[in-house]
Design a protein around this ligand. Sequence first.
Ligand code: 5AD
Ligand code: SF4
Ligand code: FES
Length: 342
Amino acid sequence: MLELIKKAEKTHSLDKNEIVSILNDGSIDAELFAAADRVREKFVGNDVHLRGLIEFSNACARNCFYCGLRRDNKSIERYKLDTETIIKFAAAAAEMGYKTLVLQSGEIPSYTVDIMAAMISEIKKLGVTITLSIGEKSRDEYAAYRAAGADRYLLRIETTNRDLYEKLDPGMSFDNRLRCLKDLKSLGYELGTGSLVGLPGQSSADIASDILFFKEIDADMIGCGPFIPNPDTPLANERGGTFELAIKVIALVRLLLPDVNIPATTAMEALNPAGRLIALRSGANVVMPNVTDGEYKKKYILYPGKICLNESPGQCIGCITGKIQSIGRNISKDHGYRKKVK
Ligand code: 5AD
Ligand code: SF4
Ligand code: FES
């Protein structure tokens, strides 16, 4: 098994069976994490990129079984921020030093393409890189946002097990998800994708396929995190993914895709108070602090245990900066594009 880790560290290539055997072996975790940390340092250095997350609406027309924003969840109060408020949050975040802002919402058509495009152009004037995370859209819509100035797009594949995907995301088509990812890539977005770890019915082989898929689609950013059962969803009584497995996935992603950006996801910290730092020492190089001010983030609940609900954006950037520096890493001063090797 140690030979496999050495091979991955050297060649950045493993086959599906080899990935499965690492996922299933608990005795080599320390070596796996150390190897991923070395590859991280060699390829992307000691800088940690901060991306400020604006959760601009929790309304969603979809009904994903795992997610608290699903339309059938009547126990959350829905909000849709107007563009002035979103731009105000963006300006405050840029002022704090954020070089990338992520605009995220549920999947809703209620902001028209023109309104979204105008807002993107306005935020772009702040000199920031813009990432969108607003779900499945037509190619034309993606093209309009790209033309307006959006640089990156996050759309997790969630799971590459097609049957599981279509079972857990009722009414959604796996093929359309792939179409979206390919359109985004061909439109020149930096592409972010990722998966949930520990979904009910997901096998180690499925997770191995997810990791190989990230390589195949040539993703620039890969966000993976544990599935955390939400009491307001049909998966309330399911088992959830473990912290250990999610960290292993991050480490394997770093070994196999050495130059990509990998966030230490917030869901990691919901399971372990040192979760993001552990992830940063096991392959990750990005953190996405929340810059949505006020009460809104308490209503943007995908899973229970969300962190930072009572902290302001200013408190969060202070907190995370201190934590990152405490492990000998620096806050990046650049925009943090993927620097592709080869
Ligand atoms: N646990 C962890 N992550 C979740 N997401 C949605 N619901 C959950 C949950 N219960 C993730 C999905 C989505 C991202 C925005 O949040 O992967 O792509
Ligand atoms: Fe909506 Fe996204 Fe949640 Fe699915 S995962 S219910 S599309 S917010
Ligand atoms: Fe929000 Fe630490 S990052 S309080």
